[in-house]
Design a protein around this ligand. Structure first.
Ligand SMILES: CC(C)(COP(=O)(O)OP(=O)(O)OC[C@H]1O[C@@H](n2cnc3c(N)ncnc32)[C@H](O)[C@@H]1OP(=O)(O)O)[C@@H](O)C(=O)NCCC(=O)NCCS
Length: 221
């Protein structure tokens, strides 16, 4: 587990837990045109040993109020939807308590890591949190033995593309009409070889630059 402090509150990076899923679904709702169902995240944690997901939680400073996301009960497929008492309890959001503000995940495929998702709650964007999540994913990929990391990104997603490029990713191909909602192309991006000195230097420099904006500590648990 890694703890990040920005401003007065505290950010914590931790492995995704089932209790985080309702908040993740809400961040996903404000981030992506096509969403994963909540059940997909549950499956990822429970049965995909090749998957690694991290969440970034924010604990407000004393006296600070963070408007919570409107967390909705998980939708169950029919006929379970007829049995509302079977819905898992949704925690009442506490504006002074910790809440999830971002998440990211990867799948390890032999010696390649595929970034499956990364998103930051809209109200928390532009503070370095997306980069912090991606740097954590790259560390995670290297620790798992991945040689390189790949991802797909909408060609119109200039912010994400810029973030990936600053972390050493380069476009290596295109998947035509990859996104089903609007037929948009996906750019296929690849990182450098994670063990290459240039990659290590770039990522260390990115971490140092980020620490000027946000401060964090690492703590295993
Ligand atoms: C992409 C996303 C995760 C970035 O999160 P974030 O916390 O806002 O990102 P950061 O503040 O760490 O910024 C990372 C880099 O993105 C770029 N960036 C961020 N905001 C930007 C903006 N408004 N304009 C241009 N570039 C921007 C910059 O290169 C920035 O690095 P820098 O600040 O060191 O120059 C966030 O915008 C998001 O959740 N988008 C919706 C989901 C999504 O598109 N995910 C990617 C799917 S492939």
């Amino acid at each position: 587990m890694m703890t990040t402090q920005v401003g007065a509150g505290t950010y914590t990076l931790a492995p995704l837990h089932a209790d985080d899923i309702p908040e993740i679904v809400e961040i996903e709702r404000e981030s992506f045109a096509v969403m994963w169902p909540a059940g997909a995240y549950r499956k990822e944690i429970q049965s995909n040993r090749m998957a690694q997901y991290l969440v970034l939680r924010y604990r407000p400073a004393p006296g600070e109020i963070v408007p919570p996301l409107p967390v909705r009960p998980e939708q169950r497929p029919f006929p379970l939807s007829l049995l509302p008492w079977l819905h898992p309890a949704v925690r009442e959001p506490d504006p002074t308590g910790p809440s999830v503000v971002g998440y990211a995940g990867l799948w390890l495929m032999v010696d390649e890591a595929h970034i499956t998702t990364v998103a930051v709650r809209r109200a928390f964007r532009g503070r370095g949190l997306g980069k912090a999540l991606m740097l954590a994913m790259l560390d995670c990929a290297r620790d798992l033995g991945a040689r390189m990391v790949t991802l797909e990104v909408r060609k119109s997603n200039a912010i994400a593309i810029k973030m990936y490029e600053e972390l050493g990713f380069r476009q290596q191909g295109v998947r035509r009409r990859y996104y089903t909602d609007n037929g948009e192309d996906a750019l296929i991006m690849w990182s450098e070889e994670l063990s290459a000195p240039s990659a290590r230097q770039r990522l260390d420099a990115a971490k140092r630059a980020l620490r000027e904006r946000v401060r964090w500590e690492h703590a295993d648990s």
